[in-house]
Design a protein around this ligand. Structure first.
Ligand SMILES: NC(=O)c1ccc[n+]([C@@H]2O[C@H](COP(=O)([O-])OP(=O)(O)OC[C@H]3O[C@@H](n4cnc5c(N)ncnc54)[C@H](O)[C@@H]3O)[C@@H](O)[C@H]2O)c1
Ligand SMILES: CC/C=C\C[C@H](O)/C=C/C=C\C=C\C=C\[C@@H](O)[C@@H](O)C/C=C\CCC(=O)O
Length: 242
């Protein structure tokens, strides 16, 4: 399979989109470190995935992406356990216009911290073997949503950061391919909770609801099927590019 012998790290992977990405990686032969703050669900997920894919394929590691020390420890444990890191998916994210500073420290700063740690390990200029980074942004990173200025800003920031890092990687020869993933609405816990997280922008809920009805909401199964097709077509996850 395309990812046999490869090791991936996925943040915010205990549920939702991150869990879907983990399943795709496992189905294609990778070993995966599941980083999340939800220990109960995380350990339960590893138990389920081990039954499906066999031992030593999936590992849960507690990690708050706001903490550089916890990210460093999780990366180190992954390397010690699986022998290296070939793929990083910075997926962890929240939607909250009330605690908007945390939205920035998780969605944007967590993605930057993860990317810079991956650079330390993957960079071919410093002895690394190269790799692939996928940063989960959003369609809200392409065009603004009036109900969530800060969330919109974080996702615009993830896309801008990803594009800039990609240019630096190509120009410098890091051997790291980096892409931003921009899903539309997907039925997850984050999506289900948005109405209670709008804060001073709750008056914008109607406009957002109209957009939701216009664009529709993907089930996690639809999302998984679509991403599988995309990842297996896009060369960044095929063997000859890792
Ligand atoms: N659901 C959507 O409609 C949608 C659309 C586009 C993009 N996204 C993005 O996809 C990503 C995942 O969202 P989701 O919908 O699956 O959300 P979710 O709430 O269903 O899952 C998010 C996971 O991240 C974990 N997490 C939260 N904060 C964390 C932190 N500080 N450190 C480590 N883990 C943390 C949670 O415990 C949870 O397991 C986010 O970046 C989100 O912005 C979601
Ligand atoms: C409410 C946000 C819910 C989940 C966040 C998640 O990242 C999903 C985002 C999904 C779709 C975003 C679409 C953004 C579209 C913009 O490019 C723009 O076309 C929207 C135009 C009008 C929206 C109406 C409004 O905000 O007033």
């Amino acid at each position: 399979m395309a990812l046999n012998g490869k090791t991936a790290v996925v943040t915010g992977a205990a549920m939702g989109i991150g869990k879907a990405i983990v399943e795709i990686l496992l189905q294609n032969g990778a070993k995966v470190a599941i980083l999340d703050m939800n220990e109960t669900i995380g350990h339960c997920l590893v138990e389920t995935l081990t039954k499906e894919h066999g031992p030593d394929r999936a590992m849960f590691l507690f990690c708050d992406v706001e903490s550089e020390d916890e990210l460093k420890a999780a990366f180190q444990k992954t390397i010690e356990t699986f022998g290296g890191i070939d793929i990083l998916c910075n997926n962890a994210g929240v939607f909250n216009e009330v605690t908007w500073e945390k939205t920035i420290t998780i969605n944007l700063m967590g993605t930057i911290k993860g990317t810079y740690l991956a650079l330390e390990h993957m960079n071919k200029l410093t002895g690394g073997r190269g790799g692939v980074i996928i940063n989960v942004a959003s369609m809200a990173g392409i065009g603004p949503l009036s109900c969530c200025p800060v969330y919109t800003a974080t996702k615009h920031g993830v896309i801008g950061f990803t594009r800039s890092f990609a240019a630096a990687s190509v120009a410098s020869g890091y051997g790291i391919r980096i892409n931003a993933l921009c899903p539309g609405f997907v039925q997850t816990d984050l999506f289900s909770a948005i109405q209670s997280k709008l804060g001073q922008f709750s008056a914008m809920a109607g406009a957002t609801q109209e957009l939701i009805e216009k664009l529709g909401v993907l089930t996690i199964q639809d999302f998984t099927a679509g991403l599988t097709a995309l990842l297996l077509k896009v060369t960044c996850l095929t063997e000859n590019h890792l």
